[in-house]
Design a protein around this ligand. Sequence first.
Ligand code: GLA
Length: 402
Amino acid sequence: MKKIILLAFVVLNSNAFTQKFDGLALTPPMGWNSWNTFQVNISEDLVKGIADNMVASGMKDAGYTYIVLDDGWMTMQRDSVTGNLIPDPKKFPHGMKALVDYVHSKGLKFGLYNCAGTKTCAGYPGTRGYEYQDARFYASLNIDYLKFDWCYTDGQNAKESYTTMSKALKAAGKPIVFSLCEWGSNKAWEWAANVGELWRTTGDIYNCFEGQKDMGNWKANCVLHIIDLNEPLRGYAGPGHWNDPDMLEVGNGMNVNEDRVHFSMWCMMAAPLIAGNDIRKMTADTKAILTNKDAIAVDQDALGVQGWRYASKDSVETWFKPLSNGDWALCFLNRSAQPQKINFDWKNENVSDTLSNRQLNAAATTYKIMNVWTKENSSTTAKPFTTTVPSHDVVMLRLTKQ
Ligand code: GLA
């Protein structure tokens, strides 16, 4: 009898041993990743400089937490005796654990990268067949975040591969945010809510505004293209499991207004905010964009509902995102090369979100309007909102019940 009860207990609770960690990333993760600017040219000095600047620049105060080393942190071979991964001693002369400790001493968190296949995308040792061993290695380093890529995976099933790594991390016991990076090629949003905290929805981003960038044998995605791919997936995102439209290119070469579009729209889409620029030498404009607390508050809102494209006319889109305290975020996005006039009469609009079951009823309720970028806050929804949105720019607003 005792045996039967024990068996029933184990069966009923078997999920408890296979699920991801509870309560990680209840709002979209914020941090910095080395790839967009440095590719594999990474080092201990770079990470320390980034950590120091994360604090000094005000990015930490604005909410950026994770410093993630992407591809290129390992030697080309595993240890021939133990099979362990080896952090490259030339790039990290004091070892990875000392660097993790340094980042933690700044009140920040640390992340690493690997791949579900036999090699990483840049050709370093992948994790296939070493999932539990690598997970124990990461736990021993006390890291907080793992980005897990999808190169060299011929014949592998994505759901199985990522689930195996998720279980391995759980078994190793150190809570680690698990960032799936299969580029949307296996529709991770359909199966990964219980596997990790975020999943890439698209191929790689590039610092360009519209269309795609030809990279030879593959195409990278510009900002508007990614927005269009990520928008229809809003129903899959929520606290603890986010659509990831890729890391930020703010400060990496687009115009200031295009960077503002990029950042605003990532906030409207409740996207992870992972800076990808060299924050040690960013311009005042770049810093102002990355640390705009009102934009970040929209991204980090506890309701965790991804915004949606409410209307689209003459290359101007109107986006809404419901917020936890009954407020709304709104973004007018001008995709065109010309400035566009807006005349938005609240009383004629029927803003209703079936996903969050929220309505914005300006005929019954008046909202105060705050401009997230200019901070102008004198108007309300009692009268039509008129403005001009410059080319490739946004006007982003927060509406608060009066
Ligand atoms: C893939 C990922 C990128 C980056 C590189 C590293 O392309 O999508 O984000 O991690 O690999 O090689």
